[in-house]
Design a protein around this ligand. Structure first.
Ligand SMILES: Cc1ncc(COP(=O)(O)O)c(C=O)c1O
Length: 497
């Protein structure tokens, strides 16, 4: 599943007990796309909406006839349906445009896709060294698939071996899945009993809430602050008072693209010396080493190990979702699972390697946890095609690096261009997307719809706290150019009105 939609919910209100900034809410009532009881300004929950679908019971000639949904587990009957992003083919019919004429910037996909061509890393040295690995393009690897009629390796040995090389972590710590999405659900199935609690920090990736609902868990929400940073004090309080089993942390976060624990990144983007000095000062105060502090200067970003360690000190399983880590310039925390029995780190090939359609994700787990995921997972969760593609992608590190650099460069260009749009206020991002506030009386939802009629798909979040925002995935330079042309024409039209 790609990026998940935020949409308005329809009907009933779930039972809520509210204290301080926290709301406890049965995930069964709060479906994935809806429940964001989050007030950006006050940092307090305000409400929790969900749709409920009544069970059909029909009376026929005085006799009660049960319909099929009476067999469905009660908490699932209350689950709102998932509203996915529309695929190219459907969009194409709806918009009356050829798929190639649609600029798709709504699901944080990687427009470059997987390695398209064979690239013999260094032809001359290959001649000298016949053992040098020949890099294979994904399509070629798929085309020469030998045994598509045989079930895949349930242990994804080739892929885990390649990932071990790629990450430096032993393959015994790594488990692959049908996208990171599958692993989120698998973790919950292994960890949560119905009625157990998870901590969610909205606005964030809505699959955590959705999967909690499917697994009959309760969601305790600790909203992010108005700058999208985590409220770590409140998280500690909630862990003490509510004894949740696990917490899901996304870094960089979706939909804002910021790194966790980073409150002063924006200062740097002010491009002013005072902001930069302030950031350095904060970094030193936070007790970071000199390399990290200098890193602020060099990389415009920093993540605080200290805060992550503080959360890891709590009696809670921490699931750190690094779906977008490659675009952040900081190191993955995969290695940390060797030291921390309560840390899981999730990664994906969807963004990094342009393989969203083939569904490959992976996670790093402590050995004491991974054993149970092996027992509970579907045996053939990673298809032959998915494993072959992911391995082929990993054999092309130069291509992956080039694509990442192109997207990071384009993100910065897009950011500067969006800043020039009079009705947009973009947030700095460490990901392959940019969240922007829509201002000056312009309606964000209408903006998204107007762009769609022009063939440019972006994301709008129909939730209280984000409904005045849009999220634009970073595309190729030509996608940015078309987007900017469309925004310009909308800007002109609105000023003519
Ligand atoms: C934060 C986050 N985690 C995980 C995923 C899902 O990754 P995958 O495509 O591997 O299921 C997404 C997809 O958009 C995401 O935004």
């Amino acid at each position: 599943m790609g990026a998940i939609g935020f949409h308005s919910s329809s009907s009933s209100v779930c039972p809520i007990k509210s204290s301080g900034g926290v709301t406890r809410c049965s995930a069964a009532y709060s479906s994935r796309p809806s429940c964001f009881p989050f007030d950006m300004n006050q940092g307090r929950r305000v409400n929790c909406m969900a749709s409920t679908i009544p069970v059909q019971e029909m009376k026929e000639e005085g006799q009660l006839r049960l319909t099929g949904d009476s067999f469905i587990r009660p908490h699932l009957r209350k689950l709102s349906p998932y509203h996915p992003i529309l695929p190219f083919e459907v969009l194409s019919t709806r918009l009356g445009r050829k798929p190639e004429d649609i600029i798709k910037l709504d699901a944080n996909e990687n427009p470059y896709g997987p390695p398209p061509e064979a690239s013999y890393k260094n032809k001359t040295s290959k001649l000298r060294n016949p053992f040098l690995v020949i890099e294979t393009p994904v399509s070629e690897a798929l085309g020469s698939m030998k045994f598509p009629y045989i079930y895949p390796d349930p242990e994804s040995r080739r892929l885990r071996g390649a990932l071990a090389q790629d990450s430096g972590l032993g393959s015994e710590y790594i488990l692959a899945g049908c996208g990171a999405d599958e692993l989120i659900d698998l973790i919950m199935r292994c960890v949560l009993d119905p009625g157990d609690k998870i901590v969610d920090c909205p606005p964030t990736f809505t699959m955590y809430e959705f999967d909690a609902a499917v697994n009959g868990a309760l969601v305790v929400k600790v909203p992010r602050k108005s700058d999208f940073s985590l409220d770590t004090e409140l998280i500690a309080e909630v862990v003490e008072q509510e004894s949740p089993k696990c917490i899901f942390l996304t870094s960089p976060n979706n939909p804002d693209g910021r790194l966790l624990f980073l409150a002063f990144y924006d200062l740097i983007f002010l491009d002013d010396a005072i902001g930069l000095m302030q950031s350095m000062f904060n970094c030193i105060i936070a007790g970071s080493d000199m390399i990290t502090c200098v890193g602020i200067l060099l990389f415009h970003s920093i993540i605080s190990d200290e805060v992550l360690l503080k959360i890891l000190d709590l009696p809670i399983l921490v699931v750190l979702d690094e779906a977008y880590i490659e675009f952040s310039g900081i190191e993955s925390r995969m290695q940390w699972v060797k030291k921390h029995e309560n840390l899981i780190v999730l990664r994906t090939f969807s963004k990094r390697a342009g393989l969203a359609g083939l569904r490959v994700g992976y996670g790093a787990f402590p050995l004491s946890i991974i054993e149970y995921l092996w027992r509970a997972k579907q045996p053939y969760n990673v298809s032959v095609a998915a494993e072959i593609s992911a391995c082929a992608a990993l054999k092309n590190p130069d291509y992956l690096e080039k694509v990442k650099m192109a997207l990071v460069e384009e993100r910065e260009r897009l950011f500067q261009l969006l800043k020039e749009v009079p009705f947009l206020n973009p947030y700095p991002s460490h990901s392959n997307f940019i969240l922007s506030e829509v201002m000056s009386g312009m309606d964000a939802k209408k903006l998204k719809e107007d762009l769609a009629t022009m063939g440019v798909m972006i994301r709008h979040f129909n939730t209280k706290e984000l409904k005045s925002c849009i999220r634009v995935s970073v595309g190729k330079p030509e996608h940015t150019d078309i987007l900017m042309e469309c925004l310009k024409s909308l800007s002109l039209n609105s000023s003519l009105c």
